[in-house]
Design a protein around this ligand. Structure first.
Ligand SMILES: NC(=O)c1ccc[n+]([C@@H]2O[C@H](COP(=O)([O-])OP(=O)(O)OC[C@H]3O[C@@H](n4cnc5c(N)ncnc54)[C@H](O)[C@@H]3O)[C@@H](O)[C@H]2O)c1
Length: 255
């Protein structure tokens, strides 16, 4: 799938990994529809110019994402929607039992699953329905879906039950979704980032950033958002990447 002249929907596009992906795809000649809860999408779309449009939306809402997909299809003109890079998500930290032995809040747990896991399914199903209607390209390809998991899906730390479970769900959907959508010529991949320098990590104290950087075998630093965007671009353009989750983490294994 080429990026140039094709249209992509990017969720979580107001910030961090999604915003970097939008910039990279536009630089490569793509057209992007930026979806996020935050008003930052309008500012980014304005900066990126005619290649970008913004749609405010919540990934957990069927109506919002239907509208975002419709906007992305329209932005793609007669070529429709070529792909989605789904970056919207939230981090959450809560122990099963707090210091006094009180159990974790059930609504907080459910909210994390709703945004990270149900939101991913919602975006995948609506984007796939639109892409299945595309005219087939080379090899019969009609579209590509790039989801965002996390290394926490594999080596979650204390306090990450909710976050790890939500991202393990994203990992678990990759293969069955890729198998099912293969008959439509739609690929499904996921990226599992390690620790990246984005607003999501902004609240980490300096000492924690240093400790995390030191824990990365190489390079000894946090990932840069454009390094995620480069992998997303490679997944879009390389047709043999399908049904897999790629760790992008400098070799870190969380303790
Ligand atoms: N930064 C990291 O170290 C890291 C590591 C592993 C995985 N991830 C994952 O990468 C993805 C992007 O994270 P980031 O670091 O760019 O974070 P970020 O906080 O910078 O960006 C996330 C964006 O998602 C948006 N968002 C949140 N809930 C939404 C909803 N319901 N509907 C629409 N938009 C919503 C936010 O407004 C925000 O703009 C997330 O899924 C995150 O879990 C990040």
């Amino acid at each position: 799938m080429q990026v140039k002249d094709n249209a992509f929907l990017i969720t979580g596009a107001a910030s961090g990994l999604g915003a970097a992906t939008a910039e990279r795809l536009v630089a490569a000649g793509g057209r992007v529809t930026l979806c996020d809860l935050s008003e930052g999408v309008e500012a980014l779309a304005e900066r990126l110019g005619a290649a970008a449009v913004a749609v405010r939306g919540d990934v957990t809402s069927a109506d919002d994402i239907r509208a975002a997909v419709d906007a992305a299809v329209a932005h793609g003109g007669e070529r429709g929607l070529a792909g989605v890079v789904h970056c919207a998500g939230v981090v959450s930290v809560a122990k099963l039992l707090d210091r006094e032995g009180n159990p974790a809040d059930l609504d907080d747990y459910a909210r994390t699953q709703q945004i990270n896991l149900v939101g991913t399914f919602n975006v995948m199903r609506l984007a796939a329905a639109a892409m299945a209607a595309n005219a087939p390209g080379e090899d019969g390809e009609r579209g590509v879906i790039v989801n965002t998991a996390s290394v926490a899906a594999f080596d979650g730390q204390v306090g990450q039950c909710a976050y790890s479970a939500s991202k393990a769900g994203v990992v678990g959907m990759s293969l069955p979704a890729a198998r099912e959508l293969s008959r439509h010529g739609i690929r499904v991949m996921a990226i599992a980032p390690g620790v990246f320098e984005t607003p999501m990590m902004e609240d980490l104290p300096e000492a924690a950033v240093e400790a995390l950087s030191a824990a990365v075998p190489f390079p000894k630093r946090l990932g840069r958002p454009d390094e995620y965007a480069r992998l997303a671009e490679q997944i879009i353009t390389n047709p043999m990447l399908n049904g897999e989750v790629i760790r992008l983490d400098g070799g870190i294994r969380m303790q």
